[in-house]
Design a protein around this ligand. Structure first.
Ligand SMILES: Cc1cc2nc3c(=O)[nH]c(=O)nc-3n(C[C@H](O)[C@H](O)[C@H](O)COP(=O)(O)OP(=O)(O)OC[C@H]3O[C@@H](n4cnc5c(N)ncnc54)[C@H](O)[C@@H]3O)c2cc1C
Length: 387
């Protein structure tokens, strides 16, 4: 067993850290304030191979693997979590098309995703009435000759107004068929009957775009169906198993940035005639933050390693992905709150980035499956393994 990053992974980390610190960090506060979606950043990340880190080179990816993706995402999230969430979902969409798409679909969509030409990929599962219970979706897809006609509203779609391709789950089977009646489709924004709602006015990740995707008699060629009819829910759950690992690494990036900011502030800020870093209560907070970050990172990397090993073998890593997500995201929530505490009143202002970290971290325990749902997934896997 070797806990060190390989030379190749160190190089990925260096590349991602460089672009993150030089180009993404300086604009993060502005994106948060103005809610601007930084299209140019995705073209840049595409140039550097960071939008298809675990995608085959043949389709424009950099084929560096799942651990590389977690390493790169941690760097990007430490600089700008809004950019990281789009990077995470775009990587997930590219990988999912590679895994379930046919050659025509892979050739048509994946190089545009990995290069940034399509700006971003989006993943449409949630609806206004179905979040955690995603299989209760009401969006329908009715076959009409060589097309499907889609009707319904998808909610909370990350990058929905900018994405050049969107994976959308819709019901092709009977309303009572549950998860078995769901299929996946590749939507393009120019399709007749496709529109997006106004951006959500969010508490954090304000530089990311979150909209409803509205489908009104949206005509989608059957050639855009991803996989066979009826396997859409399985496609979504497979995508989310991987997505949860990347959301974990995004949470680690935010927690790391918060810890670094808190430690350097503690060395500078003096009270009672000495730096607050000399008070044991502050030292304990810094120690907890560092220890829990280390534990989160190990969980995320192990889940990433299992996913890498599972490629081609069909082995599952659902339990470890859920564990990594729940631990890393709950840790990011705690760590960013503690960072605000260490900065005192200044932490509560926009003069320092820690209040943004706290707002950005908050949603990581909610999207791609809430903490409560991850615990259900973990418990189910444990019980299944001993039944
Ligand atoms: C910023 C943002 C970006 C998002 N991006 C996307 C995206 O790109 N694509 C997409 O499809 N979705 C996206 N989502 C949606 C996200 O995945 C859902 O918000 C999430 O799955 C929870 O669903 P919900 O909000 O409807 O909450 P609900 O499902 O209504 O849950 C509300 C509360 O009840 C709890 N709960 C629900 N069921 C149970 C249960 N069985 N046991 C115990 N507790 C339970 C939940 O944990 C939660 O605390 C995004 C959301 C946000 C906020």
């Amino acid at each position: 067993m070797d806990f060190e990053l390989t030379e190749e992974l160190e190089a990925v980390r260096g590349l991602a850290r460089d672009v993150a610190q030089r180009e993404l960090a300086p604009q993060a506060a502005e994106l948060d304030r103005t809610e601007r979606f930084p299209v140019e950043s995705f073209q840049r990340l595409g140039e550097l191979g960071l939008l298809g880190v675990n995608v085959p080179e043949h389709f424009g990816g950099s084929e560096m693997g799942v651990i590389a993706l977690t390493v790169a995402l941690e760097e990007v999230a430490a600089a700008c979590a809004s950019t990281a969430v789009t990077m995470s979902v775009t990587n997930m969409v590219g990988e999912t098309i590679c895994r379930f798409g046919n050659d025509e679909q892979k050739t048509r969509f994946v190089p545009g995703l990995t290069s940034g030409a399509l700006v971003a990929g989006a993943f449409c599962l949630s609806e206004p009435g179905s979040g955690s219970d995603a299989a209760a979706m009401s969006t329908t897809a009715r076959r009409d000759g060589d097309d499907y006609i889609l009707n319904g509203t998808k909610a909370w779609i990350t990058s929905g107004a900018h994405a050049g391709v969107l994976i959308c789950m819709a019901r092709t089977g009977a309303a009572d068929a549950g998860h078995r009646g769901i299929s996946a489709f590749l939507l393009e924004p120019g399709m007749a009957g496709f529109s997006t709602g106004k951006p959500e006015d969010k508490c954090g990740l304000r530089g990311s775009n979150t909209v409803s995707v509205i489908l009104e008699d949206c005509r989608v060629p059957a050639a855009n169906r991803l996989g066979e009819e009826g396997i859409g829910f399985g496609i979504a759950m497979t995508a989310l198993d991987g997505g949860r690992i990347t959301i974990g690494s995004m949470a680690n990036g935010i927690a790391r940035a918060a810890g670094e900011q808190a430690a350097s502030y503690a060395l500078e800020r003096k009270q009672f005639g000495k730096p607050i870093a000399e008070f044991q209560a502050i030292q304990h907070k810094l120690a907890d933050m560092a220890t829990e970050l280390e534990a989160s990172r190990l969980l995320v990397r192990r889940a990433a390693w299992l996913k890498e090993r599972a490629t081609g073998s069909g082995q599952r890593f659902t339990r470890q992905a859920a564990m990594a997500k729940v631990y890393a995201t709950e840790n990011a929530k705690r760590a960013t709150e503690e960072a605000v505490q260490i900065l005192g009143g200044y932490g509560y202002t926009r003069e320092y980035p820690v209040e943004r970290y706290m707002r950005d971290a908050r949603v990581t325990t909610i999207f791609e499956g809430t903490t409560e749902i991850q615990k259900i997934v973990i418990a189910r896997e444990i019980l299944k393994s001993i039944a």
